[in-house]
Ligand binder design. Sequence first.
Ligand code: UDP
Ligand code: UDP
Length: 468
Amino acid sequence: MSSSGDLINPQTTHVALFPSAGMGHLIPFLRFGALLLGRGNCRVTLITINPTVSLAESQYTSQFLSAYPQVTHLQLNLIPVDPATVNSDDPFWLRFEAVRRSAHLLRPLLSSASPPLSALVHDVSLISPVIPIAESLSLPSYVLFPASARMLSFVSYFPTFAAAGFGSANSDPFLRIPGISPIPRSSVPPPLLDPNSLFSKILMEDSPNLSRLNGIFINSYDGMDTESVEALNGGKVSKGSPPLSLVGPFPPFEFEKTEWSTPSEWLDEQAEGSVVFVSFGSRTALSRDQITEVGEGLVKSGCRFFWVVKDKKVDKEDDESLNEVVGGELLERMKGQGLVVKQWVDQGEILGHRAVGGFLSHCGWNSVMEAAHKGVRVLAWPQHGDQKINAEVVRASGLGIWVEIWGWSSESVVKRDEIAERVRELMGSESLKLQAAKIGDVARKASEVGGNRDNTLERLIGEWEKEK
Ligand code: UDP
Ligand code: UDP
């Protein structure tokens, strides 16, 4: 294997990566890109959207490009979309739709790549617009799926679910997808119970086209979410499912470290495994009432904590001070017991810190995989989207616990006493700690040099090489 700075043989495989909006989509693409570059026999072109929704997306992209100057960077300049023509008020979903409507601009970028491309790996939200372009260029196309294999089972099964009236015609509280344990209807992302939502419309168009992909990659590894991986690869969920390859777990890379991320001095002073890390990802803001309950709950738990507060969905708009959002009096009472910040932090690094033993997480899939990789137990608190389906995987694997009655964030405010009790349960449980440590061992084994992840990447690069 050569280092990322080495010269690449012009005959090597050339892969284009094309993520869509949001850090939950961008980060896995950049980590996947870094893994491919680390093999030394793969050239990478990164296609990013312009403009991005968040500052974090632009920052991460430029850090990746500085760390890997051999990467070709192309930008897809988006055609502006009138928000009134999109049935969503979520800035990230609006941008997904804008990318879909601008996807035809991808063709000249792909066809003029030099050396010619061997494969295109693109975002899950771009299946129908991108496949015809890739097919016309005889370019094998793949999706890097940003959630669990269980969520992918649901996405694959979606046309059947939609044809059956979104489950509304029968009273079965479970969605029974062949080959996997039933998904409670209450776990289905709420927009996907509404035939008119943007998310439903995209899946109605895209899911039947999954079979036209050459493959799907997922940030997971052998031993995690196995039931869904086997059902998908065994063709049980839907006919003609493309092969699913496990290319994880994705580690955090050097390029992700920034001067705007948290210094870890406070963590360094804490006892091993004593701290619960609390964060809800890159695009989930809790209500002010919920923020207060979380803060009071953490104090009541008596546990050490590291809490990342987020007040607005989009970082550019998150401009109120911690004092304004959490309140000076509460912050004062937290001193000594916990660290509270309102900024981007190096989550991957923090979860790997010896002081961190637990993670109160919304269960975005990147976060779940980071916890698994570091053997950190999880208190799952899914807020929206695919997060309950991911939380089911967390619970089933033994990586953590999930208090189902807490529901979606839009349904209720979870009270401080409940939060305190569950945080104490998470941090006090020896059995959870042991099981999470075991999961960490398996995850790390998969990511060792010569392990399953390496072998899978080598196989894929070999396949692309042959097709040239
Ligand atoms: N993340 C981070 N620092 C932050 C917030 C998020 O490094 O302050 C990273 C986190 O480690 C993960 C990604 O952003 O890799 C968020 O993706 P995830 O799928 O967990 O959730 P989403 O943000 O898409 O809801
Ligand atoms: N997803 C999909 N097709 C799309 C967009 C999203 O299948 O066009 C799935 C995928 O599993 C993704 C999940 O929906 O991880 C949630 O997407 P995202 O994180 O962007 O939205 P959120 O769940 O935060 O509302």
